[in-house]
Each structure stands twice: as structure tokens, then as C-alpha cells.
Design a protein around this ligand. Structure first.
Ligand code: UTP
Length: 407
């Protein structure tokens, strides 16, 4: 792209300020900025001024979850079916580790955070330890696909390699990078992170399948006969991965996707709840949950929307490949480092704009059937989002201890 073409594009989208420092850049930086302008999709920035148009919800009705009693009654057959699929190499796992972990406030990838107190116990290590339980039970390794982003790829690969994948067979670990999106202020003006670079951030965890495909790893899935992918978040240190009983239940119920859910601990807890939307499985985010939905009861008199997702899904890959439409866009308020009027880098203490993200939870609505599968929260849900307080390093450490993990 030439300078003139860049100017034209920026003018069209009202982003001329992006070239403010162009004259100060050397040739290499100039070219890099022109390339970035060329590659950036700016159509979505318009939504910062029409946020209300983004997510128009359909009619919400309850979707029954498979609860603990039913799971326990079928444990043997579900587990046997799950182990059979794992042993046949039909199950892979996808670790979503492309996020920035801004709330945690660590410069390193979140997985490098040390949960230990008397010894080193990194988040990545907790996850691999959990996955190893299944490897031991099944007698074979599970292919693990690790999604990173431009911001943390090198550090993640270096760390896991240095740590020798915490005992996991490296032949079964595959990295791929997610795409990036520009970040803006509340009026949709792109922030600059350097004089020659627009501010970018990972485009949300919903892009994982497209990114996996772009990386060429879909061929590996076909070659290895992987039919199911267990997608999970990096920051739940009690995460059970490729859990045979969950895998078996989803397969036996012939669902396109299984979603692990926990009983909410309060009607207004900040988790997305599983439901039907216009007759298809869906997830309503906590901020879309009206008082009416919070108060609604099912035919047994129990709260109708009481099972929250924990970002642990088992997707049937063939159904993902057949998925036609693109995912809705979410504007997420975040703290975005930027260059001020004088060209100095500012790291804001409070949110100052939007990142533009697709979310994995929206994939559920594009699939014909979903099995919400209840798990015991104290055993499987210890999210590390903040340094202290709710969903924090502190609360997750407490839960690790409760589950007998030495810190
Ligand atoms: P969060 O939504 O908690 O985001 O991610 P985050 O970036 O880790 O943390 P904050 O909000 O900045 O504090 C939930 C999961 O989705 C992954 C994260 O790595 C985490 O496993 N994720 C998030 C991605 O892989 N890519 C993204 O673009 C965003």
C-alpha cells in the first residue's frame, strides 16, 4: 500500500491521526505502518458508536442441564465411551492462551504465573498435571493445541520448551497464533502504541477455530482422526481436560457440543448462563440477564437459568467445519496503553476504550445441539482473573489446597 492509498483509507474511516508521526519514522517503520494499515479491517470500528446494534437477543427459554445425579447414575457407561474415544485418538484439546490477562497485571503470559508458595507451581503446570491424569487412565497422549497471540507467543513457547512441557510428550503439543484487532477509544479512534504502530490486541477467544484452520493444523486433525476438541481456558487451575465421563456423555447424547456448567452461587453471579435462544442452544452473558430471567423457574420450581458456563467445551469438529456464519462482535472495555498528544506512552489505570472481540460462547448458538453438563464447582472451577478477591490468585490457591494440591 502506498502512502496515498493509506491516507485515503484512513480518511474514509476518520482515522487520519494514525499517520501523525509518519514523518518521524525511518523507512522500515514507514513500510511496517503502511502494511499494518493495509491489513487492518476498519469496518468494525464503526460499532463503537452503535454498540446497541451489536447483540440483539432472541427469545430466551430454559435448556435443561444434565445434573450430577444423572451423571453419577451413568458414570460407568459415559466413562467407558469417553475412554474408548480418547484411546482411539478421536479427542484433542485446545488451550486458549492468547489473552492478555490485564486484570492479573502480570507482564508474562498468564500460564507462567506461579501459584505455588513453597515450591514453583505454574498455571501451565497445573493444567498439564490435570491432563496427565487422563493420559495415565487412557494409556495414551492427547494432542494439545495451544493458542497464543502475537503478544505472548514467543514467551509461551520458550517457557514451555524450557520447562520440557512439564513432562508432556512434546510431539503432542502444537502451537498456533490467533489474529489481532486494533483497539480504540470510546469514539472508535484507533490508539497508537508506538509512533509507527497502531495499538492491537488479540481478537478474542472466539477466533480459535478460524486461526487453527489458517495455521494448517486442521490437516493434522484430519490426518490423526481427531473428531472432538475440548476447548478450555488457561486460567482455571482446576480445569479437567479431556474428562472421559464428559466426553462419553456428549458422544452418547449425540450432541454437537458439550458445555461444562456449574450451579451459580447467586442469581446475579457474573457468569454466562446456558439457555435456548430462539430454540437453539445459547449463552446469555450476565449483563444481559434481566431480573425476569433471574427470577424465572422451571417446571420443578428450580431457577430456570442457574447453570453458568466455565469455558470448557467439547466441540464436534465436523460441525465446526460446517458452521457457516461469522460470530457476532463484542466491544470489550479494557485498559489500553496508548501514546498521548505528546507522543508519550501512557498505561492507564482504568479502562479507556474498546477491544473488538469474538467470543467462544457465541459458537454454541451456531450449533444445533448442546449438552450442558454439571460439574462440582469446588472441584473443577478455580479461575484466576485478579490478584486478590473474587476469582483471584488467592481464591484459586484456596481451592487448589482443598483439592489436595500442595502449594
Ligand atoms: P478472559 O476473557 O478472562 O481474558 O479470557 P484475558 O485476556 O485472559 O484477561 P483480562 O480480561 O485481560 O484480564 C478467558 C480465556 O480466553 C483466552 C484467555 O487466555 C483465557 O484462557 N483468550 C482471551 C484468548 O485466548 N484470546 C483472547 O483474545 C482473549
Amino acid at each position: 500500500m502506498t502512502l496515498e492509498q493509506a491516507q485515503e483509507k484512513l480518511k474514509f474511516y476518520g482515522q487520519e491521526h494514525v499517520l501523525k508521526y509518519y514523518g518521524e519514522l525511518d523507512d522500515r517503520q514507514k513500510q511496517a505502518l503502511l502494511d499494518q494499515i493495509d491489513a487492518t479491517d476498519m469496518t468494525q470500528l464503526e460499532f463503537s458508536r452503535h454498540k446497541e446494534d451489536l447483540l440483539v437477543r432472541g427469545v430466551i427459554t430454559p435448556l435443561a442441564s444434565m445434573q450430577l445425579a444423572e451423571i453419577s447414575a451413568n458414570k460407568e457407561s459415559f466413562t467407558a465411551a469417553g475412554l474408548e474415544a480418547i484411546r482411539a485418538g478421536k479427542v484433542g484439546a485446545v488451550l486458549l492462551a492468547g489473552g492478555m490477562g490485564t486484570r492479573l497485571g502480570s507482564e508474562n503470559p498468564k500460564g507462567m504465573y506461579n501459584m505455588g508458595l513453597t515450591r514453583k507451581l505454574y498455571i501451565f503446570q497445573c493444567l498439564i498435571n490435570n491432563l496427565m491424569d487422563v493420559v495415565r487412565e487412557a494409556g495414551n497422549y492427547v494432542h494439545l493445541f495451544v493458542m497464543t497471540s502475537d503478544k505472548n507467543h514467543d514467551a509461551t513457547v520458550k517457557f514451555l520448551t524450557e520447562q520440557r512441557f512439564f513432562g508432556y510428550d512434546s510431539e503432542y503439543v502444537h502451537f498456533f497464533k490467533q489474529e489481532m484487532a486494533v483497539a480504540t477509544d470510546y469514539n472508535g479512534k484507533i490508539y497508537m502504541e508506538e509512533k509507527g504502530k497502531m495499538s492491537t490486541s488479540p481478537n478474542g477467544n472466539g477466533g480459535w477455530f478460524i486461526s487453527l484452520k489458517r495455521s494448517g493444523l486442521l490437516d493434522l486433525l484430519h490426518e490423526k482422526g481427531i473428531e472432538w476438541l475440548n476447548v478450555f481456558a488457561v486460567d482455571n487451575v482446576l480445569q479437567r481436560i479431556a474428562d472421559p465421563c464428559f466426553v462419553g456423555a456428549t458422544i452418547e447424547r449425540n450432541c454437537s457440543v458439550g458445555a461444562k456448567v456449574v450451579r451459580k452461587n447467586a442469581p446475579d453471579e457474573r457468569v454466562g448462563v446456558i439457555c435456548l435462544e430462539d430454540g437453539r442452544p445459547s449463552i446469555v452473558e450476565y449483563y444481559d440477564l434481566t431480573q425476569e430471567l433471574m427470577d424465572a423457574r422451571d417446571e420443578n420450581g428450580d431457577p430456570a437459568y442457574y447453570f453458568g458456563v466455565i469455558l470448557n467445551y467439547l466441540f464436534r469438529t465436523a460441525d465446526l467445519e460446517a458452521m457457516a456464519s461469522s460470530l457476532p462482535l463484542h466491544l470489550v472495555e479494557k485498559k489500553i496503553p496508548y501514546l498521548d498528544e505528546d507522543g508519550n506512552l501512557v498505561r492507564p489505570a482504568a479502562p479507556n476504550g474498546y477491544k473488538y472481540e469474538n467470543l467462544v460462547l457465541d459458537m454454541i448458538h451456531q450449533l444445533p445441539s448442546c449438552l450442558p453438563y454439571e460439574v462440582v464447582r469446588e472441584k473443577e472451577f478455580a479461575p484466576v482473573k485478579n490478584p486478590t478477591g473474587i476469582d483471584s490468585v488467592e481464591s484459586a490457591r484456596e481451592l487448589l489446597r482443598l483439592n489436595g494440591v500442595e502449594l
